[in-house]
Ligand binder design. Structure first.
Ligand SMILES: N[C@@H](CCC(=O)N[C@@H](CS)C(=O)NCC(=O)O)C(=O)O
Length: 212
């Protein structure tokens, strides 16, 4: 089997999810830098890989794929290494539920509304949008309460790390950098313990974001 290629940038939450899956499986891969935020957008030929202009895109042995959930499941199923999805139907459903919550409700709120505004905006010379942060905080509370309720401990699906943990970890890495985010995590003991367990994994160190 050839070496898979991930297209994207290391700061991206979604690129990191795919890289975490590859790292946890022990699969060597190549990262081709594509910046969707470059002036004028990503290169035109990238849109043939990902017509929506988002990162990541992925290629393995001529098989092109985009959408992070599809890529990470493919990585788990196509390569040897520890299984990143539980076998039992109910556990697998929980994993998919957690990923759905993260994509649909958590990503925009935790990362864009809170981390980007509180942490990145001042770093890039822009004042934080306080109204946006204030509006996002109750939504973040809802997300974290829901996730804490689904957590099996030590990981989302129990004893073994899974794609649910790998989907959540990059979002939490950023969210915790905002004081408001750290405070909400601190109110959920179970999520605090989960974060300590997931943050200690070598895959997290290997994919550390330049913004951390
Ligand atoms: N549904 C996509 C979402 C990917 C995504 O939103 N990636 C962000 C970076 S973390 C991006 O490319 N943003 C560029 C933009 O919003 O224009 C997936 O699952 O891969």
């Amino acid at each position: 089997m050839g070496v898979p290629v991930v297209y994207g940038r290391p700061f991206s939450v979604y690129v990191r999810i795919v890289r975490l899956a590859l790292e946890e499986k022990g699969v060597a891969y190549r990262l081709v830098e594509i910046d969707p935020f470059a002036p004028g957008g990503p290169p035109a030929d990238y849109l043939a890989r990902q017509p929506f202009g988002r990162i990541p895109a992925f290629e393995h042995d001529g098989f092109g794929l985009y959408e992070t959930g599809a890529i990470s499941r493919y990585v788990d199923e196509a390569f040897p290494g520890p299984a990143l999805q539980p076998a039992a139907a109910q556990h697998r459903a929980r994993l998919n539920q957690v990923i759905g919550i993260l994509d649909s409700y958590a990503y925009r709120t935790l990362v864009w509304d809170i981390f980007v505004e509180r942490v990145r905006a001042p770093q890039t010379g822009r004042a934080a949008d306080e109204a946006r942060i204030a509006a996002a905080l109750p939504k973040a509370e809802t997300c974290l309460a829901a996730l804490a309720g689904l957590l099996e401990e030590p990981f989302f699906c129990g004893a073994a790390v899974s794609l649910a943990d790998l989907h959540a970890a990059p979002m939490f890495a950023y969210f915790r950098m905002a004081p408001e985010g750290a405070a909400i995590v601190a109110r959920h003991d179970r999520l605090g313990r989960w974060w300590d367990a997931v943050a200690a994994r070598p895959s997290m160190a290997a994919t550390r974001s330049p913004f951390e």
